[in-house]
Design a protein. Structure first.
Length: 294
């Protein structure tokens, strides 16, 4: 009976130990991860009973190349390998259709977005996925503005201010964290939940849950409360909403294999040319990230 009791205790202790997992990034210098991104965003605005819809679609390919680590953080080069953008209006029709790889000498927008391809941005990544530092975004913005062909300093500075909202170091850090910032600081087991948050134009307070773990992958689901506070030269958008994420990660490296993010936020937009009246606004979005090569 003593031997049986000892065996049961041994099994219980080891089941507890092996039930816990340290979920984090485990990368090595030279690792390369290529992520395909497909995003669809529908912006709906209501004015005096009339509805205006703007649909934005984005297809991009990003490469993450691990340059080094120092046991606590990773140094990674990130670059766009391709980027396609399309914007359509229910009232005005097609507003933008850019394929960054299809460079057109006489198209300023084509030249601007072509100039961002294959330009590395340096990020410092904690093992939890928190991005501690981004460098190179400001140089990228300058390169894009110069590619516009504008010559006078005033126009160039206005262009840079506009591009910084999406491609400056701070904006890129917030954008990448949606993909990377997934893991807790302590070991967990299936069923456990943890919290983190990221800031920027999209602020999110996230609750993550480890739902499944195998020898090859982990399945993590996330729910978030989000705030969108976007201030442009001629408009301001303030929205609140929710976001649901479904993630499958590689158990060996910690990198995302597939991630789907669905969000809905509602609030209002004000425009200076309309006397800053509040226009009811909603944004419905779906973003899919998928590892296509590593």
């Amino acid at each position: 009976m003593k031997k049986l009791s000892s065996l049961i205790i041994y099994l219980l202790i080891n089941t507890t130990l092996f039930g816990q997992s340290t979920m984090q990034y485990k990368l090595s210098p030279g690792d390369v991860f290529t992520i395909k991104q497909d995003a669809n965003q529908i912006i709906t605005q209501e004015i005096d009973g009339a509805t205006h819809e703007i649909t934005n679609t984005l297809q991009g390919i990003m490469e993450f190349r691990v340059k080094g680590d120092n046991n606590t953080v990773y140094h990674i080069d990130v670059m766009f390998k391709d980027l396609n953008l399309k914007m359509t209006s229910s009232i005005q029709g097609e507003l933008m259709n850019i394929r960054a790889r299809d460079y057109e000498e006489d198209d300023a927008q084509s030249k601007i977005f072509n100039s961002l391809l294959d330009v590395p941005i340096q990020i410092t990544l904690a093992r939890t996925g928190d991005i501690l530092e981004v460098s190179g975004g400001d140089s990228l913005v300058s390169k894009m503005a110069n590619a516009s062909g504008m010559k006078d300093d005033f126009s160039l500075n206005m262009m840079k201010k506009s591009l910084e909202n999406d491609f400056g170091s701070e904006a890129l850090s917030s954008s990448y964290e949606q993909l990377t910032y997934l893991y807790p600081n302590a070991p967990i087991e299936v069923g456990d939940s943890w919290n983190n948050e990221y800031t920027g134009k999209l602020q999110a307070q996230n609750t993550w849950t480890l739902n499944e773990i195998t020898t090859e992958s982990a399945k993590i689901d996330g729910k978030a409360l989000v705030i969108m506070d976007i201030v442009e030269a001629s408009s301001t958008m303030k929205l609140n909403g929710t976001q649901d994420s479904s993630v499958i990660t590689d158990i060996t490296t910690g990198f995302v294999k597939k991630m789907t993010v669905r969000g809905l936020a509602e609030g209002y937009t004000t425009m200076t040319q309309m006397g800053n009246i509040e226009i009811p606004t909603s944004i419905e979005s779906t973003i899919i990230y998928e590892l296509i090569e590593n």
